[in-house]
Design a protein around this ligand. Structure first.
Ligand SMILES: Cc1ncc(COP(=O)(O)O)c(C=O)c1O
Length: 1004
């Protein structure tokens, strides 16, 4: 018979008093007052001695072994040897364990300990401080016990939650749901504890830190008593036993767990295996309590008290049953400052960097989208609409657009008890864990990556997902899942659990209102890094207070969908942005397109607007190596954090960059002046030329644009000839554009070019004399504003010869055409076999960062050094140089000049085919590399430029997601100068849309 079956000692109080006085004279007992204390198998008394000193007289069960009692004394003394813990444990007051005979004449061992005055945990009003102190004491105790061992601690013990196999034999004591709870608990014990037990740390444990063995005072734990259950067991046993009682008196499990486990972990960090087994052990301890109670009840069917004591255990057991064990593990990990999902960052990065297929038969970013908010400000949820009404409202709002429901949105739509949080019943699960895509019923859905059907189930409760599919994926060795909710029933028939799915395979279609849980048709798309313990379904919303856990279980699905983030969280409408701009900004800053674009972000060759729509940017030679280039950005930030100053100090990056830049030029051009814009570069070039030549006259090409300063407007026929222009100044001389199509002389005539050269010769010889010196000739090798006109072979050679005869300088404006854009050459002038005296650079040089330069010869640079300092606050600063360097790196590393050549030729070829197909509308394709023009005409007449068609084309293609602009003296030339990462696929799309447009136009 064990101590649990033997009747506790039966004590006569007056005999005990006498016995105590006789045997413990050294304790000086006089007026002994004995009060009985609660005990299960022993008999304990509180003894109030002299001067109010209080003792506990512990009279052990007659079946208790003396060795066990001696072991307990040794253990208490060991624990009290720790300074931090000493006061927590009672002091042993007996010198030796004596035996007292009880009323049944049984020998009962007697021990005397000091009494720790306070309230029992079970009877205290528990708060955060108490719980934190509890966790701390348990951790300190467990740490201290790691270096204690005793043979009598090693024993099999029925109350040990790490060893409850025996309870299986008593399942028949339970019926119905109670049996299910016990059975589930035993199953979980086998899975989470037994299978894992070898990985757990073992030590001597207290064995019973239940809420009647914990003494509380002044908001902290001041006592931990009763070592009768101490055994050698998994160290984590004590924390689990403590929790199996502490949670009974908690109405907020998460808070109690955070307080107790968190403070325990701060001192004694839990291992992953301990965390894994914690809930199993808590439930195992409850199972023991319930099985023990059921056994007692069977033995004493009339004892109602026994059933009452079980009530709390059943209640806790059924509450814990609601909690997904894997979710519990994730929560405890978060409490212990670990990632709720193991290797989260690694998996997250792998998912981000994987290549995905579109989830529909089209790219989500190619269409207009609208955000559908369901938060408390949601206009759809005003006046609490029924789901049917919601359906109508959503349809009306979206028209033909696609609606996007946001990840991580706190929603007001989840009403039923189903959404009550299991870890704190006063909270709800209302944070959306997926992205919703509201789209027409019947829209086909495809797998964004390879996978396997893991769950396929019709969750057909009102407001649930309806038909739901979960795919399992593997990238490297990591498994994760994607969920597709609110489908039609088709997938239930066509797919099978375990079926292999290839990227792009059909996996379902959007379900109608009736089958998808009564929601407006949409796809709920969610990523799951763990399936938790789910077999049919998965939470689509989580608790706000547990969001850090949920964000790892279900990270933002946009890492697969890749909808621009700034669209998802944009708060400004186009109308507002436009009206503010009109209010604040000068009106002659033009805005492209009849319907302006509100661009939120850009990447590589793409723009993204406020409708979440992607645009192929075909007309941005400033973002030379691609929009928002990460390496250029990094270079800028790193240098900006280190040093940014003006050129009056020495810093090496200017040398590094200059060396590198000069290597791209003919040797003769070996001096750089840094400035910030193309205009500044041309302005400075003119100043240098004037200083060098003492001349005041300037020669320019017709329709040229060289910049926006006073002087440069005068050098830009594109400006001074046109609206608002003041006409040509006397010192400015304009050379006719050698336009082979509709110039004064066209290529139809032999020697047509000579006519232009002769005309130029006449102009030069007539105008520039010793008294009226020419300073310079400004030219672009491909006339951009002139309509992407490539200067004919030998033209520049001849003109430059004439100019040099007048001792003037030749200035090549490479602001548009430089840095490899023309494909065959790094600089456009190289094609003409000339070496200019000065080259000006700008636009692409800093990929959007304002850096520009003037490059010239040593001789010219020296002549400019005439005593007047050249100072520029920003030109050539270290940040600009770092950016310039990074741009050159990108051009080299990505072979962008070669790309410009190959893609450019490919595109020019395709455009020439379109020219043949539409001779009615296209007269010429001009340009080099990725600097191209399409000349549009009326009625096949090359002499009739068609600016209307050009305007219609760019405005039409804008709606197809392609951005272009027009230029040329008649505004009839479509300008193509995309970021240099432009590829052949982009060229195909561009040509196909131009083709569609022209087909449509020609039909009319
Ligand atoms: C050929 C040419 N030169 C100079 C400039 C002036 O450059 P920025 O606008 O940087 O002053 C431009 C600008 O478009 C240009 O096209």
């Amino acid at each position: 018979m064990s101590v649990f079956e033997e009747q506790p000692p039966l004590i006569n109080l007056s005999e005990l008093s006498k016995w105590l006085k006789n045997n413990y004279s050294y304790l000086n007992f006089k007026n002994i007052k004995l009060t009985s204390l609660n005990s299960e198998r022993d008999k304990n008394f509180l003894l109030q001695g002299v001067k109010n000193t209080k003792y506990v007289i512990k009279i052990s069960n007659p079946k208790e072994s003396l060795d066990q009692l001696k072991y307990q004394d040794i253990l208490i003394n060991y624990l009290r040897s720790n300074k931090k813990l000493k006061s927590i444990y009672p002091k042993i007051c007996h010198k030796k364990i004596l035996f007292l005979k009880d009323r049944k004449n049984r020998n009962c061992a007697v021990r005397i300990l000091t009494y720790i005055e306070g309230n029992m945990y079970a009877k205290s009003k528990i708060n955060t401080k108490i719980e934190e102190s509890f966790g701390k004491i348990l951790a300190l105790q467990s740490n201290h016990l790691q270096s204690f061992i005793h043979k009598d601690s090693i024993r099999k013990f029925d109350w040990d939650p790490s060893n409850i196999k025996w309870t299986k034999n008593f399942l028949e004591l339970f019926k119905g749901f109670e049996r299910k709870l016990i059975k589930d608990s035993i199953n979980q014990y086998e899975h989470f504890v037994l299978k894992n037990i070898k990985n757990l740390k073992f030590s001597v444990t207290h064995g019973d830190p239940n809420n009647y063995n914990i003494v509380v005072s002044n908001d902290k734990i001041i006592g931990l008593i009763d070592f009768g259950d101490s055994i050698y067991a998994p160290s984590i046993n004590d924390l689990s036993i403590a929790l199996s009682y502490a949670l009974m008196s908690s109405n907020n499990f998460y808070k109690s767990l955070k307080n107790i486990v968190g403070s325990y972990n701060n001192i004694n960090p839990l291992t992953k295996d301990e965390i894994y087994s914690l809930l199993g052990l808590i439930k195992s301890r409850l199972t023991i309590t319930l099985v023990m109670a059921a056994k007692q009840r069977k033995k004493y069917p009339d004892n109602k008290y026994l059933s009452i004591s079980e009530k709390n255990a059943w209640s806790l057991m059924s509450k814990l049953h609601q909690i997904d064990p894997y979710f519990f593990i994730a929560v405890i990990k978060e409490i212990c400052n670990l990632d709720p999902i193991d290797n989260f960052n690694e998996i997250f990065q792998l998912i981000i960097n994987h290549q995905y297929e579109n989830i529909f038969n089209f790219e989500l970013n190619d269409i207009n989208k609208k955000i559908l908010n369901f938060d408390k400000k949601s206009f759809f949820l005003k006046s609490n609409p029924s789901n049917n009404r919601l359906n109508i409202l959503v349809k009306k709002f979206l028209k033909d657009d696609v609606g996007i429901g946001l990840y991580n949105e706190k929603r007001k739509i989840y009403k039923s008890n189903h959404y009550i949080s299991t870890l704190n019943t006063s909270e709800k699960r209302d944070i959306h864990l997926g992205i919703d895509i509201f789209i027409k019923e019947g829209t086909q859905i495809r797998a964004p990556l390879d996978g396997k059907v893991s769950i396929l189930h019709n969750n057909n409760f009102k407001y649930d997902y309806g038909p739901t599919l979960i795919l399992e994926h593997k990238i490297k060795n990591f498994k994760f899942y994607t969920l597709y909710g609110h489908l039609s029933k088709k997938c239930l028939k066509k797919l099978k659990i375990g079926q292999t799915i290839k990227k792009g395979d059909w996996i379902g279609e959007i379900g109608g209102y009736k089958v998808n849980g009564n929601w407006p048709p949409h796809l709920h798309f969610q990523i799951l890094l763990s399936l938790l313990n789910e077999v049919n379904n998965f939470p689509g919303v989580g608790e706000e207070y547990l969001i850090d856990v949920w964000k790892q279980i279900s990270p933002d699905p946009n890492i697969i969908l890749k909808i621009p983030q700034s669209f998802l969280y944009n708060k400004e409408t186009k109308e507002k942005v436009l009206s503010k701009r009109i209010k604040n900004i000068g009106k002659n800053l033009s805005i492209s397109y009849k319907e302006p674009l509100h661009i939120l972000e850009a990447k590589d060759q793409y723009f993204y607007d406020e409708e979440g729509r992607k645009y192929l940017d075909c007309v941005n030679n400033i973002s030379h190596v691609g929009h928002s280039n990460l390496d250029v950005h990094k270079a800028l930030v790193e240098q900006n954090l280190k040093l940014n100053t003006n050129t009056r100090y020495l810093y090496n990056i200017i040398n590094e960059y200059s060396d590198r830049l000069l290597r791209t030029f003919p040797k003769k051009l070996n001096k750089i002046f840094f400035v910030c814009t193309g205009s500044e570069a041309n302005d400075l070039a003119l100043r240098i030329a004037k200083t060098y030549t003492k001349g005041n006259n300037v020669l320019v090409m017709d329709n040229a644009y060289h910049g926006h300063t006073n002087t440069l407007i005068d050098l830009s026929p594109y400006k001074f000839k046109n609206k608002g222009g003041e006409g040509k100044k006397k010192n400015v001389h304009v050379l006719r554009m050698p336009d082979e199509i509709r110039g004064k002389w066209t290529s139809k005539k032999k020697n047509w070019l000579t006519s232009y050269i002769n005309e130029a010769k006449e102009l030069i010889n007539k105008n520039f004399t010793k008294d009226n010196l020419l300073s310079s000739f400004f030219f672009e090798s491909i006339l951009g504003c002139g309509g992407q006109v490539v200067l004919p072979k030998n033209y520049l050679k001849n003109i430059i010869k004439l100019v040099r005869q007048k001792n003037a300088l030749c200035i090549a404006d490479e602001v548009q055409t430089g840095f490899g854009r023309v494909g065959n050459n790094f600089w456009a002038f190289e094609e003409h076999g000339i070496i200019p005296d000065i080259v000006t650079l700008g636009k692409p040089m800093g990929n959007g960062h304002p850096i520009a330069a003037v490059v010239t010869t040593e001789k010219i640079a020296n002549s400019f050094n005439n005593g007047m300092e050249y100072f520029n606050s920003f030109g050539g600063n270290p940040v600009s140089c770092a950016v310039g360097n990074a741009v050159l790196d990108e051009i080299d590393n990505k072979n962008l000049q070669l790309n410009a050549k190959e893609v450019g030729n490919y595109l020019i070829n395709k455009l020439n085919k379109l020219k043949l197909k539409f001779p009615h509308s296209i007269s010429n394709i001009s340009g080099r590399g990725l600097f191209i023009g399409i000349d549009l005409i009326k009625n096949s007449n090359t002499l009739l430029p068609n600016p209307n068609l050009a305007s219609q084309l760019i405005n039409n293609l804008r709606y197809k997601g392609i951005l272009l602009s027009t230029d040329g003296p008649f505004n009839n030339v479509i300008k193509i100068k995309p970021p240099m990462v432009f590829n052949k696929k982009n060229a195909d799309i561009l040509c196909s849309e131009i083709n569609n447009f022209l087909i449509h136009k020609n039909k009319k």
